[in-house]
Design a binder for this molecule. Structure first.
Ligand SMILES: [Zn+2]
Ligand SMILES: [Zn+2]
Length: 58
């Protein structure tokens, strides 16, 4: 994988702490204002573990 500068980091997965970079596929809960990685997205069946709102692909 190519080196990704820290400035492109969007945030961390709220659930597992994985770094999320701009250009990657990740998911967002608009209600909780939290991000999730694709792994956690699958594990939570596409729903926010906090509020059960369907996660939005970013
Ligand atoms: Zn995660
Ligand atoms: Zn939520």
């Amino acid at each position: 994988m190519a080196y990704v500068p820290k400035t492109l980091m969007v945030g961390r997965c709220w659930r597992c702490g994985k770094r999320l970079y701009k250009g990657d596929t990740f998911y967002y809960c608009a209600r909780c204002n939290t991000y999730y990685c694709p792994t956690c997205y699958r594990k939570t069946f596409g729903k926010c573990p906090c509020c059960q709102l369907p996660l939005r692909e970013v």
